[in-house]
Design a protein around this ligand. Sequence first.
Ligand code: FES
Ligand code: FES
Length: 217
Amino acid sequence: MTEFDPSRRKLLKATAVATSGAVIAGRLVPEAEAAPAPVAPPQSSTPANVNVLLRVNGSEHQLMIDPRTTLLDALRERLHLTGSKKGCDQGQCGACTVIVDGRRITSCLTLAVMQEGHDITTIEGLGTPANLHPMQAAFIKHDGYQCGFCTPGQICSAVAMLDEVKAGIPSHATEDLTAAPRMTTIEFRERMSGNICRCGAYSNIQEAIAEVAGVKA
Ligand code: FES
Ligand code: FES
């Protein structure tokens, strides 16, 4: 038997140390940690703009908008119909009320894309300075406003509200939902309760609505 070559012994020793080190390292560090998966680049949270056709006050408008745009913002910022006001932006004040297919809605609580194909009427479409809607004329006659901020919403709401009563549509504010709604100022007040006037012009607003409805205030 030949004598063990010292240089070969050194090589075997070094190999053994390296191998055992790799095994220990493999036990201590899980494979997933040892080789982390590549991180995907962050995705953009902004949805792509969409095309929407809005029919407002009898005119059609093709808009490219963020799908999260409210009807109120589309009217004010894109179509520059600034009569509809942004009060609370939470559906609580009624300043943004517009009429869609004959029914009043708070335009801050609906998306513009949801109103495609519907007939939208804003205060600008109800009448003009030279040809006022009877409700606009009555508000002026009875001083149904002070600062005027809530007035476009009040007028749009009042116009659609009278149509609701005439059509016999029950109100959630009315106690007996089975009874036909009556043309009374109490009924009007209940139904207009979603339109806040911070100036407190309620009695004058009531007089204006009563005049248009043809009832005693
Ligand atoms: Fe829409 Fe107040 S701004 S309800
Ligand atoms: Fe000022 Fe109604 S007139 S809030």
